[in-house]
Design a protein around this ligand. Structure first.
Ligand SMILES: [Zn+2]
Length: 198
């Protein structure tokens, strides 16, 4: 099973596909600190459970709402972690050092993980259930640590469009991805370049 890109809706109502390239970076799509709060979609634990059923966690094994156990405290911690990761990732992309406080939150979250199980009947991988919120948080933190540690390789990027803040990990073979989505910013840039030429 493979999870494709997310379908997002921009401010102007345009729908476009977006591949965040990593589970932790995908989590940044659910909202964020400061001005990003307008994108918040995780208001209740159930919102997170629903979101997870189509997240990249399901690349490894399917996850249904009833497989998840997420408390209000879990949700608060995951939102706090997400906001720290936003700041840390943007700092790293700018070439700055992330704040110690943000890195402490990310590191402290990495001690629990969803537990993989082999289904005796099908010999396919499943998750040991229930999957608790802290385990989801741990999966995101472990992924975030890997993404930030590999950031010097240049694969963690912000969309090249001036007015677009979307972050992604470029998993393409040539490693030359510049845009959140060809349907959106890539296309806008192409049209602008064409206008300049003609
Ligand atoms: Zn963009």
């Amino acid at each position: 099973m493979s999870v494709g890109p997310r379908v997002l809706t921009g401010h102007n109502g345009q729908r476009f596909t977006f591949d965040p390239g990593s589970f932790a970076i995908e989590l940044l799509l659910t909202g964020g600190p400061g001005a990003y709060a307008i994108w918040e979609i995780l208001h209740e634990p159930a919102d997170l459970a629903r979101w997870l059923t189509t997240s990249r966690l399901t690349d490894t094994a399917p996850l249904r709402v009833e497989d998840l156990h997420i408390t209000r405290t879990d949700l608060d911690r995951i939102r706090e972690f997400r906001d720290c990761l936003w700041r840390a990732a943007e700092a790293v992309i700018r070439g700055d050092h992330p704040s110690g406080i943000d890195l402490t939150v990310i590191n402290a979250a990495a001690d629990r993980r969803p537990v993989p199980r082999l289904d005796p009947a099908t010999l396919t991988q499943t998750w040991g259930t229930p999957v608790h919120g802290v385990q989801v948080l741990g999966a995101a933190a472990v992924d975030a640590i890997e993404v930030l540690a590999n950031a010097p390789a240049g694969r963690l990027r912000q969309c090249s469009a001036d007015n677009c803040q979307l972050l992604f990990v470029d998993t393409s073979r040539p490693g030359n991805r510049r845009w959140c989505s060809m349907q959106r910013c890539g296309n806008r840039a192409k049209v602008a370049a064409h206008r300049t030429r003609s």
